[in-house]
Design a protein around this ligand. Structure first.
Ligand code: WT7
Length: 654
């Protein structure tokens, strides 16, 4: 366990507070009695939320709980795609825009109504059926931020075939591991995606991955960037050949509430990613309710924009399932924040009159660095709620966000949750909560969370400890794909009977939650979760490397930055140009095995790593070095001169 980042303790001296905007409070979906209602009858509260979905058969029991296995809405049946699309068309809202899609190239836009989305999802479901996809089969999706990605996910959901979306920034190797782990036989991809004016090819990575996945029989390819691609006859099919010509009629089957909806891989403390399993009824209830109560979604008037990638859980829950279950209009943007200018986002908000924006602190800090003139050049007055997710938000970024993007008038909601949680768990409610910049405030209604000490006992107000969730919740993971032991060990064994999140937090004098970051070997780089072990094993796979230690050092923009200390095998030349070439090669190795997002910010080649007498690498000291701090306790080291030499080397290199 490491202690939370000292920079973050600055959070705890923050004393400013902001009342909910009066206008918002008056008409908010969540009124103050919501907490009381959920407290008096927690399961009744969740049943009310579930009733906002369309069920084919109502459940017999709201919850069956046999620690650590939860079943929600037992006996109920529904179809997730019907809930996200068909029922809005049936209710007469087929002409409402589901997505204002904004491509990266300027003027490359599409408006997709709920009716069009329904037809496309049905066509894709028919095409996937023709490719042999049946309920229960897994389908891997490796796609850019284009409407077809949503269509592909919903088509899978419609067929009861759990999708596993792999972020398109991951490498062929990472894709392969995930395809094999969940045994997907069909992959959906595109020729490429646009990134800052150039083509980022995707099909070659799929070809490479699939060449080692003998069970993959079909690769369905969307044409997006239109460059030539290699083609394997009999395996590869163009989306426009089989989906566009398919029938828009499709009768959806109804599935059990606990039918698997998707698997999302995320990093844990070992080198192997975990396939987090989410099911249908509880998950959809959770994401739909949080959209309505936290983002105050009003389908008739709101334009919602989650500026995240669909390849992460934030995209699954708050671009796809949550907003669509509510029948709201969303913006979906394909490209980089500065494609076409550093004001691209603000132009999009002005053009589409976005009312609710949801993004990550790292992006907010990037905008801070670019300067206020970019948002100032646009009319952002349509905004009424700003959300933050993915990492702790420092008070200055929170205040900057509210002032420069929110015109000093919007609500700001800092939402804490994880891939495993399905949806938001700790958050302010925008019409109720008096917010504190940097605090996620209180558990969402119907969620029971606490902060506990090492012995698992709740800490008093004013103290810090570990975040736990003390009662099951509808969107919780149902397991880790193919690894039940790891499920029990990771989440349910640290403290008896409660879910251990892996985060530190403090409860302030009022009992409000301040999240302080991970307490395990998981890093958070620009809101991306990366395990130190995963990066270390990529580094040591390089033939010149003897040992590697990786730490997440605090970084003013990305939250944490990856710093690697690498010792080289005897006889390998690491002087001058040879050393620089080796460092480049190491970065490339990490990019190849995991993806560019995991490339270290800095790699220091060192003769030795600091170790205890029993041979354990002291990462804590390396973190001190990486953060240019005075070294902590070195008395347990076998040889303390090693770490001081590394520290000197670090100072010389920066
Ligand atoms: C980890 C989960 C859930 C969406 C994106 C990340 C950190 C997330 C906050 C927040 C402080 C946060 C935690 C958590 N985190 N939101 N509002 N304040 N920390 O999902 O990749 O599963 O990462 O992100 O450390 O454990 P994820």
């Amino acid at each position: 366990m490491t202690t939370p980042d000292p920079e973050l303790s600055a959070l705890l001296h923050e004393s400013r507070q902001f009342d909910p905007p009066a206008e918002l409070a008056a008409h908010a979906n969540a009124q103050p009695d919501v907490y009381q209602r959920a407290k008096e009858d927690r399961l009744g509260f969740w049943a009310d939320q579930a009733r906002r979905l369309t069920w084919d058969r109502e459940w017999d029991d709201v919850l069956q709980w046999e620690l650590p296995y939860a079943k929600w809405f037992v006996g109920g049946t529904l179809n997730a795609a019907v809930n996200c699309v068909d029922r809005h068309v049936d209710a007469g809202n087929g002409d409402r825009v589901a997505f204002h899609w904004v491509g990266e190239p300027e003027d490359d836009t599409r408006a997709i109504t709920y009716r069009q989305l329904k037809d496309d999802v049905c066509r894709a479901a028919n095409a996937l059926t023709d490719l042999g996809v049946r309920a229960g089969d897994r389908v891997a999706i490796y796609m850019p931020m284009i409407p077809e990605t949503v269509v592909a996910m919903l088509a899978c959901a419609r067929l009861g075939a759990p999708h596993t979306v792999v972020f398109a920034g991951y490498s062929a190797d990472a894709l392969k591991t995930r395809i094999i782990d969940c045994d997907a036989h069909v992959v959906i991809t595109a020729d490429g995606s646009w990134r800052k004016g150039s083509i980022n090819p995707l099909k070659p990575a799929v070809d490479e991955a699939v060449s080692e996945c003998p069970d993959v029989r079909s690769v369905l390819v969307v044409r997006r960037t239109e460059q030539d691609v290699d083609w394997t006859d009999g395996r590869d099919v163009w989306w426009h050949d089989v989906v566009d010509s398919a029938s828009p009629e499709h009768v959806a089957e109804m599935f059990d509430a606990e039918h698997p909806l998707y698997v999302m891989y995320t990093s844990g403390t070992t080198g192997k990613p975990k396939g987090v399993l989410h099911t249908t009824g509880g998950y959809l209830t959770h994401v739909s309710a949080t959209c309505r109560l936290i983002f105050d979604m009003k389908p008739e008037t709101d334009v919602f924009w989650t500026a995240a990638d669909i390849g992460w859980v934030t995209g699954h829950s708050y671009i796809v399932y949550g907003p669509l279950a509510n029948g709201v209009t969303s913006v979906m943007y394909e490209g980089a924040p500065d494609a076409g200018g550093k004001d691209r986002w603000w132009k999009i908000i002005e053009d589409y009159k976005v009312t609710i924006l949801y993004t990550a602190p790292t992006t907010i800090r990037t905008f801070m660095k670019w300067g206020e003139e970019y948002p100032r050049a646009h009319d952002l007055s349509s905004l009424r709620i700003l959300g933050s997710v993915g990492e702790p938000i420092n008070p200055e970024a929170w205040i900057w966000y509210r002032k420069n993007i929110g015109g000093n008038k919007t609500a700001v909601v800092d939402t804490w949750w994880q891939t495993e949680n399905g949806g938001v768990l700790i958050t302010p409610l925008p019409g109720i909560t008096r917010t504190k910049p940097g605090a996620a405030m209180q558990p969402f209604p119907g969620i029971s969370a606490d902060v506990v000490n090492n012995e698992g006992r709740a800490v008093a107000n004013g103290e810090a400890g570990f975040v736990v969730i003390t009662e099951p919740w509808p969107g919780m993971l149902r397991g880790i794909w193919g690894d039940d032991e790891r499920y029990k060990k990771t989440y349910w064994s640290k403290f008896e009977g409660v879910y251990f999140a892996g985060d530190g937090a403090k409860k302030d004098e009022d009992g409000d939650f301040w999240l302080l970051g991970r307490v395990d070997d998981v890093m958070n780089v620009s809101g991306h979760r990366i395990s130190t072990t995963e990066v270390e094993s990529a580094l040591v796979s390089h033939p010149s490397v003897a040992e590697a230690a990786v730490v997440g050092a605090s970084d003013a923009v990305t939250g944490q930055g990856i710093v690697a200390f690498v010792s080289i095998k005897a006889g390998v030349d690491e002087e001058g140009d040879a050393g620089a070439a080796l460092v480049d090669d190491l970065r490339a190795t990490v990019a190849r095995q995991i993806g560019k997002i995991a490339r270290p910010r800095q790699i220091l080649l060192t003769p030795e790593l600091p170790k205890t007498r029993s041979g354990k690498i002291m990462r804590r000291l390396l973190l001190d070095v990486a953060e240019h701090r005075e070294l902590g306790d070195v008395t347990t080291l076998a040889d303390s001169s090693v770490v001081s030499a590394i520290a000197d080397q670090m100072e010389a290199s920066t």
